[in-house]
Design a protein around this ligand. Structure first.
Ligand SMILES: [Fe+2]
Length: 216
């Protein structure tokens, strides 16, 4: 049986997950909240059914939940990761999905979490899926995840402007990204971005809005 569109119990579970993320890793927390806003706007622009928009919103909020189980030394390492460290980081997708899939009603969301690092050309992880074998919700989250990371300040690289980040998305179309999803997002961002939550916005207020599902 499909779950109801707005389920307060599920919203509570997601709030608890996110509270844990906030304590462990503020980068991931703020990033996930912003992503949810972008992801919902993109999913709606693509005219996805309401339930899928909701899955995408929750998938964006929870995509990196698996980072809770990755050592802080690796997550916060300022320089390049060794091969072994990168292998450990890659586990976060499958671990996160395993945790989320334990919650009744979040099975489709768990698939988004599992596949958010797949690449459209099939060279991603954990399963090396390509094209439309990657769940559509995961292809949506992949695009906004990459965009969000590019416009945020990270210790190991400089922050891109929105236009530079969109150009990167367009360069990655067909490689990392589903070209149709990347194209819709780039158009939407150019039209709408002034009203969007960008890096350095007040995340606390935004958290309530996004978790409750009312930001579009
Ligand atoms: Fe991730």
């Amino acid at each position: 049986m499909r779950r109801r569109k707005h389920d307060p119990a599920l919203a509570q579970v997601i709030t608890v997950f996110l509270a844990a993320v906030e304590i462990k890793d503020r980068y991931t927390y703020g990033h996930s909240l912003r992503l949810a806003g972008y992801a919902v706007a993109l999913a709606e622009e693509m005219s996805l059914p309401k339930q899928q928009v909701e899955d995408v919103r929750q998938g964006a909020l929870l995509h990196d939940i698996g980072n809770l189980f990755i050592g802080e030394r690796i997550l916060q390492k300022p320089d390049e990761l060794s091969e072994d460290e990168f292998e450990a980081v890659k586990q976060h997708a499958a671990i996160g999905a395993a945790v989320v899939s334990k919650v009744k009603g979040l099975e489709d969301v768990a698939m988004i979490v599992r596949h958010h690092h797949e690449r459209f050309d099939g060279s991603g992880y954990p399963d090396g899926l390509a094209d439309d074998r990657i769940p559509l919700g995961a292809r949506v989250v992949t695009v906004v995840d990459a965009f969000g990371a590019m416009i945020e300040e990270r210790p190991y690289r400089k922050m891109l402007t929105m236009e530079e980040a969109l150009a990167e998305l367009e360069r990655g179309a067909g490689g990392q990204f589903d070209p149709r999803v990347a194209e819709v997002f780039a158009r939407l961002a150019r039209e709408r971005a002034t009203g969007w939550p960008m890096a350095h916005d007040g995340n606390v207020l935004l958290a309530e809005v996004v978790i409750d599902g009312t930001l579009t």
